[in-house]
Design a protein around this ligand. Sequence first.
Ligand SMILES: Nc1nc2c(ncn2[C@@H]2O[C@H](COP(=O)(O)OP(=O)(O)OP(=O)(O)O)[C@@H](O)[C@H]2O)c(=O)[nH]1
Ligand SMILES: [Mg+2]
Length: 604
Amino acid sequence: MKALDFIFMEIRNIAIIAHVDHGKTTLTDALMRQTGMSAAGESMDSDTLEQERGITIYSKNTSIYYRETKINIVDTPGHADFGSEVERVLRSIDSVLLVVDAQEGPMPQTKFVLKKSLELGLKPIVVLNKIDKPAARPEAVKELVYELFLDLGANDEQLDFTTIYANARAGVAKINLTDKAKDLNPLLETILKVVPIASGEEEKNKPLRLQPFNLAYDNFLGRLAIGRIYEGEIKDASRVVIKDAKGEARLGKISKLYTFAGLKRKEVKAAGAGDIVMLAGLPDIFIGETICESAEQAALPVIKIDEPTISINLLVNNSPFAGRDGKNVTNRQLKDRLEKELEVNVGLKIDFSAADHYKIYGRGEMHLAILLENMRRESYEMQISQPQVIIKEESGVKLEPFEEVIITLPEEMSGTVIKKLSSRRGNLLEMKPEHGQVRIIFEISTRGLLGYRNEFLVDTRGEGIMYTRVIGFKPYAGNIKKHDVGSMISMAAGKALGFSLFNLQNRGALYIGANTEVYEGMVVGNTAKGNDLTVNPTKGKELTNMRASGSDEAIYLKPPIKLTLERGMSVMGEDEYLEITPNNIRLRKQFLTENERVKAKRKK
Ligand SMILES: Nc1nc2c(ncn2[C@@H]2O[C@H](COP(=O)(O)OP(=O)(O)OP(=O)(O)O)[C@@H](O)[C@H]2O)c(=O)[nH]1
Ligand SMILES: [Mg+2]
């Protein structure tokens, strides 16, 4: 290929969107493999946490070549906490592959991403995936998808969508269910046929206009912007003008320019209209700004970033066990790490102004938990306060974030769930039978929902499935009384003993097992009765064997509830901290001694 061929090559820009787990990344990986852009075993889910959790957290770009055409693909995350990321991407591409599990059918996030796509005027290609599943029902699901298009107000052109049947895992796609398929070519052909060409001649001849829709970071190059060239051509080492949301202009210079090639980036000297590029050299560039040639050019329409909905305070770990596990434990180290996070984590905001903590604002518990999990793996230690929803005021009205909750569960469990969500001031919007189960839709404030996920798992014995999605700020829902469990707090420091835990487990659920080291003020379990209880888990006769045979009473310890980051965030109280270290998650009272706690309560 000649050096400048890229400018003349046809380009198509697509995003792959779907509900969580319906197979977006598997399909992207297969497309890369079959077009020779990646080796077997390589995946777009390249981040360690992504691989462990089996989900996509960050949307990512790749490019493949098929029949002299370059196809730029953005693989997006399906989890609702990262929904705003998808929205940004949709602004910058020309069509979407809407992947739908051929057994499960359309799910809440399918609806959300499809709605956004239709509103932007995109014409989706529907990929019914996982047709190999024994219970797959592709024709019925196709009908459901059509109804969803109708419900969401699709226009005639959008309703006339092409459907592809796929088994992404096996890397095959077909136009008709009865076709013999051996590869993904039918899908690639459809993309060439249906997706508009990214740029016409007219756009190519105009002066440069480029808009970033994503950020990345490189230790040597600093902040990177990933954006689409709408008009003109961008050259490496060129001077550019950046226009912000207010239309104000500033100057910058591109220091490196890349396009994408499979999982890698490829340094280029120039790129033309329609292409998606990554560029370095603009340390203060932000999503939605316009990179152009002169201050006279109009800025492109801004890309809105969704506001954060919850916040936590993050502070130095000052527990008695501080510094045992982690290498990065000082205030300074935490601040540097958080500042670096702001380079790429677009939905995040941080207030550094308080003396004793940093206030971190995010889009949901998972959004914040991913940051904290990454930090502990990088050997940081820290403590966080209970997540709080963000309450704001607009023209004298107090507003708070609300979520749509979609639950599928066995009918006999629905009563308990409806009762609990209603008592948290949720509104039941819909309830209908679905494949022998019931589907319930609630609208409820984020505040009312915080901490509920755990109860839900217990109440439905793991059989219920719950999806939540922020729908925006609405008037404050008033006081919400949750069924609060109390905390069982250690009054002593030392090793927890089986004997005392055996006695304590009758009064609530324990977070620790025998031999766990505890300190005074550490929360070792919850209390069923609802009040805090100070206990001594280190007391008693030493028992080496939990099932002490031959004794008058066999001791059996129930397995403790292991505190994970997310569970900790969900169960913790207002007067507690979650202590996060590389190897441990502990819950503790902010005031460690009973004396201090009593005094603090009196002051309130
Ligand atoms: N049986 C079957 N399983 C599939 C198929 N495609 C994907 N899977 C499996 O479905 C699971 C989820 O696939 P992913 O590709 O990670 O799904 P995703 O849509 O990218 O998920 P998120 O990015 O987290 O929203 C994996 O275990 C895949 O192996 C398919 O065609 N058939
Ligand atoms: Mg994925």
